[in-house]
Ligand binder design. Structure first.
Ligand code: NDP
Ligand code: HSE
Length: 429
């Protein structure tokens, strides 16, 4: 029986899970794949820690994986930038297949990595980079190869979804909920990427690039995280029969594609509203297949290991019979990203205003002048006359440029006491 050597760069949260499950399910994998998968070298920063891995496999120099003739598949799980890129490009040059979960690296250097992969005819697999254990990469790349992808809406960051769920359901504070997500191994080494939307934006770039056949530049993606969300917003959204989720929105238009990540009010009755905790869900619509939905754990050791090992299995197949599809299939049908100002949506706006006659008229006047329509108003009664009260407006469809201009003027009114807060609303129509 053929045996393939794996070089594991990184034995942290995910790497340790990959090692564990490759070992535990060795005979299942042997039976299914008809070959042996063997970890032959493991790179870590600290070799002195006992990790349950034979000491002779460990090295602190990840580049040793490249020149070891017994390593055929390089699995990059270090989560670094320059070192991870150097390792991946070095592996490709030596015709070793690469498996990675490094979404930040792919979002920022995807074109460079796949240019090298095509030059050297070596596949690069990255199922773990988006939505943990959900096989969404394979679905878009292969399952939907017949489709023009019309839209992708997804909850694709487990940590922020976990935080929002704990804030909504247990009334927990933001910092406490984040600490729980970190302890569970869901958060990035730099958790600000989870809360500022950066991690979801990296994944949105990967999904959009796969769907539309060109590497979407990171700077074209509109990103807002969950760190500004307050218990007040969550509570008002509930009253209006919405839930707030950090969503990635990817859509094709006749004049370009849109890629954005931001907190979004979605109707409580929509299936994505009941995706809680570390779970992710992605709704993909194709012109041939219609509506589809993918659901599962989006972060954590075991689900992510499942995705990495699926890629290792695919790599083993590619070592036996070379493939045309190297993991990313560029094509020239799309290529332009629309700026956020041109994107049209509905909006939730929360203001802090003086509770005096004429306040609503001034605000409605500005919205009317800019052709922005109000669909409903919520203003809880104030107990003392003249006090500041919250005023929540639900806004009909308008462009982001229109609402931005309106809120700019509204924020300057004397009767408006704090900067307006705006969250986009999605009805998925
Ligand atoms: P960790 O920080 O837990 O692990 C990183 C590992 O890489 C550690 O073993 C570390 O060594 C090793 N390492 C880092 N730098 C070097 C280096 N220069 N040379 C050798 N070894 C190095 O990260 P995770 O396992 O959580 O994540 C790994 C990757 O997977 C990241 O790209 C992440 O974004 C991605 N990912 C993570 C998911 C998750 O749920 N955590 C889900 C999906 C993807 P040492 O142990 O000695 O410190
Ligand atoms: N930090 C990421 C998340 C890990 O919480 O979704 C999975 O990519």
């Amino acid at each position: 029986m053929q045996s393939f050597g794996i070089g594991l760069a990184g034995l942290g949260n995910v790497g340790a899970g990959v090692f564990k499950h490759l070992t535990q399910n060795r005979s299942l994998l042997r039976g299914r794949l008809g070959c042996e998968l063997e970890v032959r070298k493991v790179a870590v920063r600290d070799v002195s820690r006992d990790r349950g891995v034979p000491r002779e496999l460990l090295t602190t120099n990840a580049m040793e994986l490249l020149d070891d003739p017994n390593v055929h598949i390089v699995v990059e799980l270090m989560g670094q930038k320059e070192e991870s890129l150097r390792l991946m490009l070095g592996a490709i040059e030596r015709k070793k297949i690469v498996v990675t979960g490094n979404k930040a690296l792919l979002a920022e250097h995807g074109k460079e990595i796949f240019d090298a992969a095509y030059e050297h005819k070596v596949p690069v697999f990255f199922e773990a980079a988006v939505a943990g254990g959900i096989p969404i990469i394979k679905a878009i790349r292969e399952g939907f190869v017949a489709n023009h992808i019309q839209s992708i809406h997804g909850i694709i960051n487990g940590t922020s979804n976990y935080i929002l769920t704990r804030m909504t359901e247990a009334g927990m504070g933001f910092a406490e909920a984040l600490a729980e997500a970190q302890a569970a191994g869901y958060a990035e080494a730099d958790p600000s990427l989870d809360v500022n939307g950066g991690d979801a934006a990296h994944k949105a770039v990967i999904l959009a690039s796969l769907a539309y056949g060109f590497w979407v530049p990171m700077e074209k993606v509109f990103v807002e995280g969950v760190e500004q969300l307050t218990a007040n917003d969550i509570c008002f959204a509930e009253k209006l029969h919405y839930r707030i989720k950090l969503l990635a929105h990817i859509k094709a238009h006749t004049d370009g594609i849109e890629v954005r990540v931001h907190p979004t009010l979605i109707p409580k009755s929509h299936v994505l509203a009941s995706v809680n905790g570390v779970f992710n869900a992605i709704a993909v619509k194709g012109d041939v297949v219609g509506d589809t939905l993918f659901y599962g754990r989006g972060a954590g050791q075991d689900p992510t290991s499942s995705a990495v090992i699926a890629d290792i299995a695919e790599a083993a197949d590619a070592l036996v019979s070379p493939r045309r599809n190297l993991g990313f299939m560029p094509h020239g049908l799309y290529g332009v990203c629309k700026p956020i100002d041109e994107i049209v949506s509905e909006f939730y706006v929360r203001l802090s205003v003086e509770d005096r006659p004429g306040t609503i008229a001034q605000i409605a006047g500005i919205l009317g002048e800019l052709n922005v329509g109000i669909s409903s108003i919520l203003q809880p009664e104030s107990e003392d006359e003249g006090a500041t009260v919250p005023l929540v407006l639900m806004i009909h469809k308008a462009s982001n440029a229109q609402i931005g201009a309106a809120l700019d003027r509204i924020g300057k009114l004397v009767c408006v006491k704090r900067p307006p807060r705006m969250i986009r609303v999605e009805h998925f129509d």
